[in-house]
Design a protein around this ligand. Sequence first.
Ligand code: ADP
Length: 362
Amino acid sequence: MQPRLRAMGTKQRSPVPRRALEAIRAFGGHSVVVTPDLRVVYQSSEADALPIVVGQVLTHPKLVQLARTAWRQGQAIVHHQKFTDLGPIEQAEVSATKLAGRCVLLTVTDLTATMRIEQVRHDLISNIGHELRTPVAAVQVIAETLDVAKDDPVAVERFSGRLKVEAERMGRLIEDILALAVAQDRNTERFTLVDLAEVVAEACRHEATRAQSEDITVDVIGATGPVEVMGDPSALVTAVDNLLDNAVSYSSRGSRVEVSLTVDQALGQGAIAVADFGIGIDPRDQVRIFERFYRSDRARSRRTGGTGLGLAIVKNVALGHGGTVSVRSRPGVGSTFIVTLPLATAEPDRPVAAPQTPEATV
Ligand code: ADP
């Protein structure tokens, strides 16, 4: 849509100098030019979509107030605020500038998306701070206790063991924060041809000792030949590792975990499924477990050394590779997490179908 220069009547000349209008048009964005009595003499097509003008008159209360102030003071005013009456714009910077002619230019810069990103960043930083506070506080208490009990070798041994546990907890949290940063990076430049069979084998090797210590058998089934995708091998191993780690953590001793690798040539996708026969996940939690730091059972997660970031990493790795992750689970029966990835042979712009009937897919 072309920006509109409002009709001023046949005898009337536009109060906006032609050159100024050209500059405003070239600048783009949501802009309107009004006369001191609030008649709109120019409105960009973007501003057309906003509920700020009725007939040919500026009616939005905040914008009216800014236009009047700019007119009275003769100088530019910049105002930043939240809006509930500006259409899709929830936060904006509005500037009002008196132009050389007899009018005021109003520009509305939409900050809604920027502020949402800021909010997510702010929440992440405060969550990280909150998560680190617990082990740091524990380390402080243990260090003070050690100081008091330094002549008691039994107490020293016990508390130094706890010190190690807390240090490991902090180490895991830092490792997971860094892994999440890598997973959120959508840069595909470092992608190479990766065989998913090797990814599964590598992740199983990582988990072997822990699974053995819990007397849990890990069975690998499915595709034997190479299943090639374009990707970051270490990020993919981390993702499968996290799923296996959870499968072991949330199963009872002597249980079994199944990892399967399948190929669907018709859909052009490979799928890795990690199934356990453990505690399962309540349907209300299934939609939230991929959020950062969300745990359905905080105490259990802390006992098993979880950071609450494992599935957020899996989700971001899958999405960053053009894939999906989904979960099927029943409390008391077990859980299956499925990651699908487009095969390297798939056409680049071919849509990748989500797995069938997942309870929660992201
Ligand atoms: P955590 O480090 O707490 O395991 P994750 O992001 O890996 O964090 O998982 C989030 C939550 O999802 C866990 O705290 C747990 O409640 C639930 N969960 C994840 N995997 C499983 C599973 N295989 N079985 C049961 N619950 C699971």
